[in-house]
Design a binder for this molecule. Structure first.
Ligand SMILES: [Zn+2]
Length: 164
């Protein structure tokens, strides 16, 4: 299941990528289409061609692509993830080997020797963790590790998913 997150859902796009869901963010298509903002019909064209479900808070866009889009209600990232869990049964368990780069949606590769990323992370992080992953996109190369912020996200998600 692949997604296209509408322009007001940048944070949600980053969360979905971290949890391993292939997610294009509408604003990342500004260069592709050379249009800012990217018009609804272009988003639909892209989603259709690339077999992506559109996630939006824009009701007219949802109505124009109803069969393959989801309309999110209310606000707040955990509320949105809850709705996606309800709608598609998405499971938000962090697994760094399945995660995608939150910035660019590329796959991560395990760093063979942590020495190679020494200058890219804080000293404490370098000393406290042994396993690192790095974005496979050579223009990005963001470094990831199984850190406490991910555990915090999972705790908050577990709580959010309890409210039915
Ligand atoms: Zn990246």
């Amino acid at each position: 299941m692949k997604f296209l997150a509408d322009s007001m859902l940048g944070k949600l796009a980053r969360f979905l990528r971290i949890f391993g869901f292939d997610t294009i963010y509408a604003n990342d298509l500004i260069d592709y289409f050379k249009m800012d903002p990217v018009p609804d019909e272009k988003l639909i064209e892209y989603a259709n061609k690339d077999d992506r479900i559109i996630i939006t808070k824009d009701y007219p866009l949802y109505k124009n692509y109803k069969e393959k889009s989801v309309y999110l209600r209310g606000k707040g990232i955990y509320n949105y993830l809850h709705q996606l869990n309800k709608t598609f049964g998405l499971n938000f368990k962090f697994n760094i080997t399945q995660a995608r780069c939150s910035i660019c949606n590329s796959y991560l590769n395990k760093v063979p020797s942590k020495n190679s990323i020494k200058d890219l992370v804080l000293k404490d992080t370098y000393n406290n963790y042994n396993e690192f992953y790095q974005c496979s996109n050579l223009q990005c190369k963001k470094v990831y590790w199984q850190g406490s912020h991910i555990e915090d996200i999972e705790d908050r998600l577990d709580k959010a998913l309890e409210f039915d």
